[in-house]
Design a protein around this ligand. Structure first.
Ligand SMILES: Cc1ncc(COP(=O)(O)O)c(C=O)c1O
Length: 398
């Protein structure tokens, strides 16, 4: 008998983004005027037609449990979207609506990766992937991406062994903004088929993509639909983070296992949010284009300003709404508060405490020496924030 925590929980930490969110909230309550560039959600309101659909659902008493895999019209709309946008055709029992893409990812991992299994994660990566793998009982195996944040296929291949169950990829990527080329995804597909593993493809930033970059879904490669677990959602494209809606598509047995997880935890996704999401997929899409065009202007601004700061290097931002920039040259320098930066976390704490701008350290994404900022804030806010970052970094002593 014991009242100790489970061994599984001892290896899992609170998401660093959530932890920083709490710290920023505390500083704001103390009256500090913090600019938050740490948050990963669009700053636009949920479009009116989507909000109206949610309100209508409440008024029409569509407020009860639904089927565990989500309402049929929404699954049909998801199937239609995947056929039209991604060139993959799913059956109704190959799609499940989940309570956010995050739950979709965790349920998928629980379905395929148990005790003793390994899941390869190219890094830098979304903060939650490794702990999601640990929560499922599996072991995350981190492999570096190339310097330009494209996939290092050789490193992935070398990490595959008989325990490997899956590789998790995200394109457009959080935190780096990289969009993987069709060519590299086709090569990864060849590898997955040859070595008989799953690809978990997180496509949540699919629509937030800039210039000539194009999203390509690995599930559309012949022979890949069966071994791809495609995850997508509504949080980013439709600015619906609080509605908690996502979906997972893949082989029938994988999807029925993911549904088991949902049915034994949250039962169903929220009924009201499902009606709002149905409107999101089937209603006018103008708001998406407007949001992406605004993000693109901000991307251009942020990219230019960051690269003008001495010794800061920000690579090409092809999609999503993050700039992930290199501050390795600043490690070992002393800030204007007289304290030395021993790593990226110190630089972020310094920028927060002394210059009142909240950023995320790259080490949270397994890339020490980098900083992530979100450009999901107005141009005025971004200007003020980058002025502060520039002032803070320029004020260092060697
Ligand atoms: C790469 C990635 N996947 C999944 C999620 C979670 O999305 P959701 O709000 O649908 O759970 C996020 C949220 O920040 C993300 O950045």
């Amino acid at each position: 008998m014991s009242t100790e925590l489970s061994a599984r929980m001892k290896n899992v930490s609170v998401s660093p983004t959530t932890a920083l969110f709490a710290k920023v909230d505390e500083l704001k309550r103390q009256g500090k005027e913090i600019i938050s560039l740490n948050v990963g959600e669009p700053d636009f309101p949920t479009p009116e037609n989507i909000k109206d659909a949610g309100i209508r659902a409440i008024r029409e008493n569509f407020t009860k449990y639904t089927t565990g895999n989500g309402i049929a019209p929404l699954r049909e709309a998801v199937i239609e979207k995947l056929k039209k946008d991604n060139g993959v055709t799913y059956e109704m029992n190959e799609v499940a609506i989940m309570t956010g893409a995050k739950q979709a990812l965790s349920a998928a991992l629980m379905a395929v990766a148990g005790d003793g299994d390994e899941v390869i994660i190219p890094v830098p990566c979304y903060v939650s992937y490794p702990d999601m793998v640990r929560l499922s009982g599996g072991t995350p195996v981190l492999v570096n991406k190339n310097e330009d944040f494209s996939l290092d296929l050789e490193a992935i291949e070398n990490a595959i062994n008989e325990k490997t169950k899956a590789v998790i990829i995200c394109s457009p990527d959080n935190p780096t903004g990289a969009v993987y080329s069709e060519e590299s995804l086709r090569k990864l597909a060849e590898l997955a088929i040859a070595r008989d593993i799953f690809i978990i493809s997180d496509e949540i930033y699919e629509k937030i993509i800039f210039g000539k970059n194009r999203h390509f879904s690995i599930a559309s490669v012949p022979g890949m639909k069966e071994r791809t677990i495609l995850v997508n959602g509504f949080s980013k494209t439709y600015s619906m983070t609080g509605w908690r809606m996502g979906y997972v598509c893949g082989r029938k047995d994988v999807i029925s296992s993911a549904i088991k997880v949902q049915s034994q935890t949250t039962t169903t996704p929220p009924s009201i949010s499902q009606m709002a999401s149905l409107e999101a997929l089937t209603g006018p899409q103008d708001s998406v284009a407007e949001m992406v065009s605004e993000f693109e202007k901000r991307r251009d601004y942020v990219y230019k300003r960051l690269n003008e700061i001495p010794d800061v290097v920000c690579g090409d931002i092809q999609g999503a709404f993050y700039a992930f920039f290199d501050v390795r040259k600043y490690i070992g320098f002393i800030g204007s508060d007289g304290i030395m930066f021993s790593d990226d976390k110190d630089i972020c704490s310094y920028l927060l405490e002394k210059y009142q701008v909240a950023t995320m350290p790259g080490s949270a994404y397994f890339a020490p020496g980098f900083i992530r900022i979100s450009f999901a804030s107005s141009m005025d806010t971004l200007k003020m924030a980058i002025d502060r970052i520039e002032m803070g970094l320029k004020a260092h002593k060697c």
